[in-house]
Ligand binder design. Structure first.
Ligand code: CAA
Length: 383
């Protein structure tokens, strides 16, 4: 596996680093404090090719692959994890459209995403009554001529109210579980579609997180993504890639936290090696764990770039990277002492922002289920 970045990947990374510094960093604390949604920043990310990093050039994408994508996510998240999750979900939805969409769907939806005409695209799987057990979702899609009628409530939708299109999973066959779920591309102007409750959250305040309500919402049958019954597979396949992105996002936050703690310590110590063994150990563990996490993340990204299965490796990456990032942010806060919990330093924001990475796109417990199942399958194949 190649560990360095090739020129295409480096271009995506350095573009993200520049935009992270110039666009995300100046607004991160204000959005965290006052709320709001970074609509202009996300559109600018689109114009710079960061909303379609793994999308073919024919559809306005960067065609730079998944390693490029995680390198870009890591850079952006070091400045503002909340803006970055909007960018990540948009890339995930764009990839689903590029992979499963027909020509008309790709023509209609990919260009507005990759050009930054829309600030975001949304992904809608969870419901108030179904999170980890995603296949038990209850939103229905009933065929009526050349439309489907959607009814139900979705939850925890990133960029709710701002997305130009939502990828919505709904039940088309009540007799089946996961095989009874289909995927739909829903435009926000569709009658019967409403953005409902905005969630108040611990962190990532610049990411609008809302419920969506479908009340007799008539979606053209032409907007079904893929055949009937494969919506759950589309969702799971998308989340395999999404989880690699969340890994990189968590690493980005951890990197920023570790760097802040290191600068803080350096300002306090004349000789780091001499009499600060405990602090030195904290820094060494942070640096080592961040690098170990990055290797897991790169492995999963490289597998996806190679078109190989990555379910197990993506889950391992997400589990380790997000748990690691939380530990690193905790350590960084300890290094700052009481100052760490004040708004004068971004450390407390890092800690609040990083917590949800252990929850969204599949909790750590879900990742362990996936890893255990896939490991058993692997062993059975090898027996
Ligand atoms: N790729 C493709 N297909 C997959 C798959 C994958 N990674 N994982 C499962 N499938 C397929 C299976 O092959 C199976 O297909 P068949 O019926 O043809 O055999 C089907 O899907 C059902 O699979 P399972 O029996 O494994 O499904 P399950 O109900 O046991 O699911 C689970 C288990 C892994 C816990 C799953 O429900 C899951 O991942 N839950 C977490 C959901 C999640 O991550 N939600 C996040 C929502 S988005 C968000 O967080 C907000 C945001 O936007 C940031």
């Amino acid at each position: 596996m190649e560990l360095g970045l090739d020129p295409r990947q480096e271009d995506a990374r350095s573009t993200a680093a520049r935009l992270g510094r110039t666009l995300l960093a100046p607004d991160a604390a204000r959005f965290d404090r006052d709320g709001g949604y970074p609509i202009d920043t996300l559109r600018a990310l689109g114009r710079e090719g960061l909303l379609g990093i793994n999308i073919p050039k024919a559809y306005g994408g960067r065609a730079a692959g998944v390693v490029a994508y995680v390198a870009a996510v890591r850079e952006l998240a070091a400045h503002c994890a909340a803006t970055t999750v909007g960018m990540m979900v948009t890339n995930m939805v764009a990839e689903a459209i590029a992979k499963y969409g027909d020509d008309a769907q790709k023509d209609a939806y990919l260009r507005p995403i990759t050009a930054g005409q829309w600030p975001a695209a949304g992904f809608s799987l969870s419901e108030p009554g179904s999170g980890s057990d995603a296949a038990s979702l209850r939103t229905t899609a009933v065929r009526d001529g050349d439309h489907y009628v959607l009814d139900g409530t979705k939850a925890w939708v990133t960029s709710g109210g701002y997305a130009g299109v939502y990828l919505v999973m709904a039940r088309t066959d009540p007799e089946q579980r996961s095989r009874g779920i289909s995927a739909f591309l829903v435009e926000p102007e569709t009658p019967g579609f409403e953005v409902a409750r905005a969630e108040e959250k611990l962190g990532q305040h610049a990411s609008a997180t809302t419920q969506l309500v479908f009340d007799g919402c008539r979606v053209p049958a032409a907007n079904r993504l893929g055949p009937e019954g494969i919506g759950f597979k589309i969702a799971m396949n998308s989340l395999d890639g999404g989880r690699v992105g969340v890994s990189a996002q968590a690493i980005g936050v951890a990197t920023a936290a570790a760097a802040a703690a290191t600068r803080h310590l350096a300002g306090q110590m004349d000789d780091l090696a001499a009499d600060h063994a405990d602090r030195q150990r904290e820094l060494a563990d942070c640096a080592t764990e961040i690098d170990a996490a990055w290797l897991l993340c790169l492995r999963a990204a490289a597998l996806k770039d190679a078109g190989k299965p990555l379910t197990r490796e993506a889950a391992m990456s997400k589990l380790f990277c997000t748990e690691m990032a939380h530990r690193v942010c905790e350590r960084a806060l300890r290094i700052f002492g009481a100052d760490g919990i004040s708004g004068a330093h971004p450390i407390e924001r890092y800690l609040r922002d990083v917590r949800v990475t252990r929850i969204y796109e599949g909790t750590s417990e879900v990742q362990r289920i996936v890893i255990a199942r896939e490991t058993l399958r692997l062993m059975a194949r090898q027996a």
